[in-house]
Design a protein around this ligand. Sequence first.
Ligand SMILES: O=C(O)C(=O)CO
Length: 396
Amino acid sequence: MLSTATCRTLSSFASFAFKPLDRVLVAKKRGALLPRHKTFPSNTSSQHFATPRPFSTRKDLSIKMSKPQVLLLGEIDHAHEAWSSLSSIADIIEPKARSREEFLKECKAGAFDKVIVSYRTFQSVAITGLIDEELIAALPKNLKFIAHNGAGYDQIDVHACTKHDIRVSNVPTAVDDATADTNMFLILGALRGFNTSILALRNGHWKGSPPPPLGHDPQGKVLGILGMGGIGRNLMKKATAFGMTTQYYNRAKLSDELSGGAKYVGFDELLATSDVLSLNLPLNKQTRHIISTKEFAKMKKGIVITNTARGAVMDEDALVKALESGQVWSAGLDVFEEEPKVHPGLVANPNVLLVPHMGTWTVETQTKMEVWCIDNVRSAVEQGVLKSPVGEQKDT
Ligand SMILES: O=C(O)C(=O)CO
């Protein structure tokens, strides 16, 4: 197995390659992006590419080109083999920058001018900051693809990417089981009120004195799923196995096959009739604080809420108040509005089960996510398309 560093060294040795004309033709036909810095002879017309030469002359026409570059923003921690294999089709580079300011400077100095696709991780935001209009405008013109390693891509302004002709992919499906497992853990833990007794035991008081209030069983409870994408649907199956009845609200009603027996209800009905509400929708302008004071008031008193999506889909100040008033009995949270900061009102409340964004934090899932994201990079380099474009760009 090659380390990333070894792979980089090997790929820099191979930075110039002869690209047979027929591969060039296929790539061109599929719209694959070829580096502009070293393209074809200036007298080459599009007709020239459309008409393959007889095989005997192709060799003479082979064009010496450097490989396209792939910019790695973040780390590859697991899928080293899949990552190393990219070096046969692209040169992999990394930024020297350790801050957004430095990254913007590197962009402007032309350090990434040969890059056509960037692989980025959620954590790389610590270096680049958000992929917003300012950053996108500073990216080199050749960079046409951003392969994001994660299901949620709220760190990326997709609208600005579309404007600058940059395609974005995310990692759906591979995250579903691990995130839904975490979600189920939070539902069970919050229903049973386990956090109070866990704290008491760790403080040397066994169950505590007085003992914690009795919890609730999942069996027979109505689980409302807000956002019935891959994770919501996966959760629905798991919750059904625990004896819960499931209902959901989504922008569009799903086919019976996809909804798997969960009842489609309106947004207000979901709030008013669920015993447990699970937030499984992406964060965007429309969903920011979709759950706030007004929505808490519409819920059953004593509801249990879980969130494994993004902190900001729920107004944390409003949640703290709803917990204090008893409108919300308990909550299980994996995500927070200002990670890694956690609202002090949530930390102080023993009825809240808190996990530090661990939804996909398993060896198997992290590996699957990296492999999926690498597949997107490969597909962008080889075919000029992403395997799993984000929803907003699916039709473009
Ligand atoms: O994939 C994502 O978006 C995550 O938040 C992982 O937990």
